[in-house]
Design a protein around this ligand. Structure first.
Ligand code: EPU
Length: 433
């Protein structure tokens, strides 16, 4: 559903908000359910369209997915169980909708000996090749062919290997997930160099270990896997969504507000909190919460998005929005996806002064943004428009918020809880507006 958010900006946010479980941890873990016939139960899975899309992909691969427990909140669990191992195909229509569906490739191949998975195709945040995923699986002994837009992978039994997964922009997150989730069932030892150390990968590794995998070095760039013959079921609580937490924090700061974000792992947000301190934000944190008091305006503070433990690329757009109302010039760079700046043109519609240079945006903070109609183009760009709309004077309409529903659970309700004036207009209402 296209739909829109109608925001009346200018109110400083205040109060407490709780984050959901991590989308980018949940998706590869859901795919890992393909590795066993026993149930895999994931606690704290967010209700998102991306999760629903992967449930469909898995459903077509013989996996039953069912939500345990009613209502919302951290007690909800997603139960996944393989009922039928005959299907091996993930279709274009679904993989095109969500690239993370490509994460079924490794587990499918390792468990069923064959996988036919659509190449994901183009993406709005810049080129997103899958060559490193394929290189890793080929090193494990997979025979790979490309035909009619599909990767066809075959291997009777994968065998351990030494693999360097680092690419031109650093490690690959879902590539590491794919290769790791295949190597756990390979014969012998696999040494992954240049592995991603993102908390989402560490969390996936923890789930795999609970299922019986033997993995060392999680969270470092060198991960050692000793293959096992089979894996069993497991129950695992996924980590909090650090990108949702950062988005809510930046929204509070952009409005000059004071807020507590709970249910988080502050350590996962260290780089973001460090830059927020640089922007003059008053910060405190405890075991699972952070509290922010924003100066008005924030001080300009440059960032460069990098692999973990650096500032996440998934926060770059929201930081650009925040710096749009800072008291001076800052440069916002993205070393992970240097072309991920679709939000800039829309932020300019809200009165921001931003110039694009290769791989970065030069942001000259203005005294105030002014509400306008803007169009979301990808998940984090949409989040940036909401952050800016909340800070802007007057009314902002963010169109195409189906992008936000892919990655943020009930964002409008959470922001309303912090005192924001934000309403969802369904597609029909939008058409008449
Ligand atoms: N790359 C290659 N070859 C590959 C794979 C990646 O050259 O085979 C390059 C990419 O072009 C990019 C860099 O490596 O320059 C990093 O890409 P990565 O593979 O790590 O990205 P991803 O795994 O496709 C995940 C997240 C993204 C997040 C990036 C970076 C999931 C499902 N997606 O994508 O999240 O931006 O890591 O942290 O985990 C989002 O949630 O909005 C989102 C886009």
């Amino acid at each position: 559903m296209p739909g829109a958010f109608l925001i009346t900006g200018g109110t400083p946010l205040s109060g407490t908000v709780r984050v959901a479980g991590s989308k980018n941890a949940a998706l590869p873990m859901m795919a890992a359910a393909l590795l066993t016939d026993e149930p895999v139960v994931l606690d704290g899975v967010p209700r998102l369209t991306d999760v629903a899309t992967l449930c469909r992909v898995l459903g077509e691969l013989g996996v039953e997915a069912a939500w345990d427990g009613a209502g919302s909140g951290p007690s909800r669990a997603l139960r996944l169980q393989v009922l039928d191992r005959s299907a091996v195909r993930a279709r274009y229509a679904l993989v095109r909708r969500m690239r993370a569906s490509f994460c079924v490739l490794g587990p499918l191949l390792a468990r069923r000996g064959k996988a036919v998975v659509s190449l994901p195709g183009g993406c709005r945040i810049g080129p997103r090749p899958v060559d490193l995923h394929l290189k890793g699986l080929a090193a494990l002994g997979a025979e790979l062919t490309l035909a009619h837009g599909y990767v066809i992978a075959r291997a009777k039994r994968l065998r351990g290997a030494a693999i360097d997964l680092s690419g031109p922009a650093g490690p690959t997150v879902t590539g590491t997930a794919n290769v790791l989730s295949a190597a756990v069932l390979a014969r012998g030892e696999t040494l992954l160099r240049g592995a991603a150390g993102e908390p989402e990968i560490v969390d996936l590794g923890r789930l795999l270990c609970r299922m019986g995998a033997r993995i060392d070095g999680l969270g470092t760039s060198t991960v050692r896997v000793r293959g096992v013959d089979g894996l069993g079921g497991a129950r695992h609580r996924i980590i909090p969504d650090r990108i949702e937490a950062a988005t809510l924090a930046l929204a509070a700061v952009a409005t000059g507000g004071t807020a507590a974000v709970t249910g988080v792992v502050p350590g996962h947000l260290a780089a973001v909190l460090d830059r927020l301190a640089g922007a003059g934000v008053d910060l405190s944190s405890g075991a699972d919460w952070i509290r922010l008091g924003a100066p008005r305006p924030p001080r300009p503070c440059a960032i460069a998005a990098e692999p973990y433990p650096g500032i996440p690329s998934d926060v770059q757009a929201q930081w650009t929005a925040l710096m749009s109302v800072a008291s001076g010039r800052s440069v916002v760079r993205d070393r992970v996806f240097p072309q991920r700046f679709a939000h800039v043109a829309e932020l300019v519609r809200l009165g921001a002064r931003i110039e694009r240079i290769p791989g970065a945006a030069v942001v000259d903070g203005v005294a105030g943004l002014s509400g306008a109609t803007v169009t979301a183009s990808d998940l984090r760009a949409s989040a940036a428009l909401v952050v800016a709309g909340l800070a802007a004077r007057g009314k902002t309409r963010v169109e195409n918020v189906h992008w936000l529903d892919r990655g943020y659970e009930a964002l409008d309700r959470k922001l309303t809880g912090l005192g924001a004036a934000i309403k969802r207009a369904e597609a029909g209402v939008l058409a008449q507006a």
